[in-house]
Design a protein around this ligand. Structure first.
Ligand code: RTP
Ligand code: MG
Length: 143
């Protein structure tokens, strides 16, 4: 299995609940390395651009409003099979359907405010990483 990178976001609900460290611990415990990280407060335009694939969906307006409601923490995670591994530890989109022990089962309340984002494929990961990070902002692990 190849070394991959994926884009992760700790969403405004989880930042507001002081869960940044707890969620970082989940990534590191799963063997994912944080190779880029920043806190941001997205503008409406930034949130709309990031979620452009969903712009025709009925929840798009609420999603953009939520994602701009407070700061987020954006990170690049690296590891073997990182895209799938991150999706596994996140759990299902709807926290009510997420497996016990996943981030969304433990830390999210609703499908609208579900604690984390993770890229869903290697292609979307590459696009999403470059949406938030320049090449120099993603670090090579040298040890
Ligand atoms: P994400 O992109 O945030 O990692 O979540 P996901 O792949 O599990 O879900 P996706 O289908 O890409 O939807 C993006 C985000 O939109 C909100 N959503 N609301 N009310 C609804 O039916 C609904 N469906 C999706 C969620 O916040 C979801 O994470
Ligand atoms: Mg998605």
């Amino acid at each position: 299995m190849a070394l991959e990178r994926t884009l992760s976001i700790i969403k405004p609900d989880a930042v507001a609940k002081n869960l940044i460290g707890a969620i970082y611990n989940r990534f590191e415990s799963a063997g994912l390395r944080i190779v880029g990280a920043k806190m941001m407060h997205l503008s409406k335009e930034q949130a709309e651009g990031f979620y452009a694939e969903h712009k025709e969906r009925p929840f798009f307006g609420a999603l953009v409003e939520f994602m701009t409601s407070g700061p987020i923490v954006v990170q690049v995670l690296e590891g073997e099979d990182a895209v799938r591994k991150n999706r596994d530890i996140m759990g299902a989109t709807n926290p009510a359907e997420a497996l016990a022990g996943t981030i969304r089962a433990d830390y999210a309340e609703t499908i609208d405010e579900n604690a984390v984002h993770g890229s869903d494929a290697t292609e979307s990961a590459a696009r999403e990483i470059s949406y938030f990070f320049s090449d120099e902002e993603v670090c090579q692990r040298t040890r």
